[in-house]
Each structure stands twice: as C-alpha cells, then as structure tokens.
Design a protein around this ligand. Structure first.
Ligand SMILES: [Fe+2]
Length: 491
C-alpha cells in the first residue's frame, strides 16, 4: 500500500505473481522420478505393536516410472505401474514391490525408449494398443485378489496377472479368452463375496453410438455382457453395486475418440468438460444388466463412488463430487492440483418407486478429497464411517498434494477427525481399513511420502481416531512411489 492506502499497480502485479507461484507441495517432484527401486526386504515397526488381527497382505498399485533417458511423461496416469505387497506375519513384516512387466513395460524396456502414447503424453510415432482402439495399458491404477490370483489393472484395459507372493508378472489376463484387447475394461471391478460375482464395465467411445459395456462374471463364466446406449461418449472411471443394482454416475466429460485414434492426440487432449449437458445417475439391474433408472443429477463430476446400499424402497448412493474433473490437475508433472476445484462426499437418496432423488446430503469437507474407503465388510450395507485423502490447501493457487487423512461420518455432517501431515510430508494410496473380527474396530493404513528426508513409510492409524496421528509407523530406507488404489487380503 502507498501512503494514501491505495495499492499500486506494481505491488498488485507482484502480489498476483507471488500468489500464482506459491509452492504448496515443496519437494513433491521427488514423487515423480524416472524410476523407483523394487523392494524385497523385512521391515520393522516404530510405535505401538500391530494388533494380532493384522495378518495378511496389503497390496498397492501406482505409477512408478515417469521417464526414460531424456524423456519425461507429463501426467500422473502416464507412469508404468508398480505393485507392492506388504506381508504381515506374526513375527515379521516384509515388503515386496515390482513393476508390472506389461507389454508396454517390456517393449519399451527392450527398445530403450518410449514407444506408446500415454494418457497425457504423445510424441511423433507414439503407438496405440494392438487393437488400435485405445492406449496400451501401463497397468498402474489398482490391484485385486481374484479367485486365488492377483490382478493388476490400468485405466480401460485388460488386467495383468501377478504371482500373489512374488509379484512376478504371469501375463495379460483374458478371463479364459472371454475378453481381449478390444474389450474396454475399467480399473474398478466390483466383487460380491457372497455370490462370487465379479462386475465390471468399459466405455465404447464412439461419437455416433457411444455405449457402456457391463460385464458379470461368475464361477469362471461370463454370465452376461450387456451393451447400454449412452447419451454421449463420456469418461467413466468407477461405479458401485448394491444388492440388486449397479450404479453409474455419468458426468459430461466427453472423449473425442477420433482425436486419440486419428489425430495423434493424447486422451487428455481429447477430453472436453461440457457441464451444460448435465450429469446423470444410471441404475442397472444387477441380475440382467438392463438399465432401469436414468436420473439427472446436476452438473458436477464424479471420479469415485464410495458405497451404495438399499433400505426398503430407497437406494442410497454415496459419491465424491467435484465442480470439474480432476484429470486436468494430474499434470504437468510435478506441479499437480494447482487450481483444483472444490469437492467432497455427497449422499444421494433415491426413491425407487418414484425414481427421484429425494434427498442430497453433503459432508462439509470440500478440500478435493479422493480415494474414499470404507470398512469392506460394510460394502453394499448401511454404514456410517469413511476415510479419504484430502488436500489442506485446496482453494489456494499453486501446486499441492494430499496431506490430510480425513475420517468422516455420515451421522455427523461436519468432519471432526482429520490428521494433518507435517510440512513436506504427503499421503498416498487409498486408505485401507482392516477390521478386527467380531467388532467394528479396526486400523487404517496409508502411505507417507517424506520429501525432506526422502523416505517413505506406511502409517497405521486407529480407524476411529486419526487426528492424533499414526499409532504405528513402518519405515522404508528410501522412497516408494505414491500409489493409487490399495486393498488387504487376510490370511
Ligand atoms: Fe480409481
């Protein structure tokens, strides 16, 4: 301000510049290295001993190779997937981490240079997949145990099978030849442990006849494969199931497939956000895959759903909504989330008779949370608690990253249990709830990335009370890539 109290133009311009240049994620560039080492070693714990019920394997997948030679990828979804297994035994914790030796990984390794176009990076001559209908998958989003196997998934592509113990890559998994490279297949299959069913979907991004393929597999067979017409060819990442329904939140984030297939563009360059078209909630009958309800649901974007369940004639669908899509804020590496929009968990209550949304309950946490997780035993059932990662500096310009573990309850609209990381420490990996048998208690595990010390740890929190910080820390000697999705297999 000058003596008259008026801000000079020069000062204002400097302030704007400084505002634009805020670094709210100091050191986060170390999370996007050309490569991360593979691990196979024992780990020790610091703090409280782990409860006896934590016996089994925590699996995590995420992008872990962001460059080759002089070349660097631009987008968080571009990196080649690495899967980690944290094995909890009575006397020992062991970590293994290995790259998925996907076709993309192997062919680029052999060539000594990038060959394939990725979600956010193209270069002259960059190739698509063998079916020429999309990207060659970097297999970097999620990992799920399935019928004694371990399957690693990327965005829209067939999974790759890994040895559940050694994490050696066994090969692309085609479900006994029932699916192939031309089959769109998401990274978020859903499993019903009682029926043994596995559901998944994929989008056929035709401009003229966009469709959603919906798959139901059971006992090694394809029980059905449905083709559901879509209003527009939209990007869909996740869905949800309840006892009788499959629920999709379709946001108007349109993919121009010709840009990708014919014009050499990336997926990112081919996506357009057209909120004026409105979003829709699509409900399919789980028994048949037939669509039964399609409802307007505002004009926001949903990346992940949290859980769905039925109560009499009501269907409750819990989602995380944002003002606009997140993918544009996964770039340019390493400056992520610079102007990320607000967002937060929302509960939608649908009357199945009148086919209307009769209630909309928003939690008061809007700091662009993602990777929502619940007690897996409450999947498809009424539940109250969820955990997710949040970005404390949402709303301020400048790169930023997840630095809060948020524990929320639907019965308390305000969120009162939040763990805040110290400066230069960040969180990664979907928080995983591990429940004590016979009780609602449990622990939550997620990753910590210490950019100052250049070391990663796994953090274990009391699920009911995360704000005081982790009760147990499991440190590594070096940095582990920041993961996307994770899960736990008992035994
Ligand atoms: Fe996801």
């Amino acid at each position: 301000m000058n003596e008259t109290g008026t801000m000079t133009l020069e000062t204002a311009a400097t302030d704007v510049l400084q505002e634009a240049q805020q670094d709210l994620a100091s050191g986060i560039e170390h999370a996007f290295s050309s490569s991360f080492p593979e691990h196979d070693c024992r780990l020790e714990t610091i703090g409280q001993p782990l409860p006896d019920f934590v016996r089994g394997t925590y699996y995590l997948n995420g992008p872990a190779r962001f460059g080759a030679g002089e070349f660097s990828w631009r987008h968080w979804l571009d990196g080649d997937g690495m899967v980690s297994a944290l094995r909890f035994e009575k006397e020992m914790i062991r970590v293994r981490s290995r790259y998925v030796r996907s076709r993309k990984f192997q062919e680029e390794q052999n060539a000594g240079r990038p060959l394939f176009r990725t979600f956010g990076t193209a270069f002259p001559g960059s190739q698509l997949n063998r079916a020429h209908n999309g990207l060659e998958s970097p297999v970097n989003v999620s990992v799920y145990p399935f019928e004694g196997r371990l399957l690693a998934f990327g965005e829209q592509g067939l999974p790759w099978e890994l040895d559940p113990e050694t994490l050696e890559t066994r090969g692309q998994f085609t479900f006994g030849g029932r699916l192939n490279d031309a089959s769109p297949f998401s990274a978020h299959p859903k499993f019903d442990a009682e029926t043994g069913e596995m559901f998944n979907f994929g989008i056929f991004f035709s401009a003229q006849t966009p469709r959603l393929y919906f798959y139901c597999l059971q006992n090694g067979e394809m029980r059905y494969r449905k083709s559901v017409p879509l209003e527009y060819p939209c990007s869909v990442h996740d869905f949800s199931i309840s006892s009788n329904y499959a629920i999709f939140y379709l946001s108007p984030y349109l993919l121009d497939i010709n840009g990708l297939l014919k014009e050499g563009k990336t997926v990112m360059e081919s996506l357009r956000w057209e909120p004026e078209r409105g979003s829709r909630l699509l409900v399919l009958d789980r028994k048949t895959g037939e669509p039964i309800i399609s409802l307007p649901v505002g004009n926001r974007h949903c990346l992940h759903l949290i859980n769905s369940f039925e109560q009499g004639e009501r269907l409750i669908v819990d989602v995380v909504e944002y003002d606009e899509p997140l993918y544009g804020y996964y770039q340019p590496i390493p400056d992520l989330f610079s102007n990320v929009s607000q967002g937060g968990p929302v509960r939608l209550v649908i009357d199945l008779q009148s086919r209307e949304i009769i209630e909309r309950i928003a939690l008061d946490y809007l700091k662009a949370p993602d990777f929502p997780a619940t007690d897996p035993r409450r999947a498809m059932h009424s539940y109250d608690e969820l955990w997710m990662l949040g970005i404390s500096t949402t709303g301020r310009p400048g790169r930023k990253f997840f630095d809060q573990l948020v524990h929320a309850r639907w019965d308390q609209h305000s969120v009162g249990d939040i763990y805040q990381c110290p400066p230069m420490r960040y969180l990664g990996g979907e928080p995983v709830f591990i429940g004590e048998p016979g009780s609602g208690n449990g622990v939550v595990i997620c990753q910590e990335f210490d950019a100052a010390a250049r070391k990663s740890s796994f953090l274990v929190f009391e699920a009911a009370r995360v704000a005081p910080g982790p009760v147990t820390r499991i440190p590594l000697d070096d940095l582990l890539y920041l993961g996307f999705h994770a899960g736990f297999r008992f035994g």
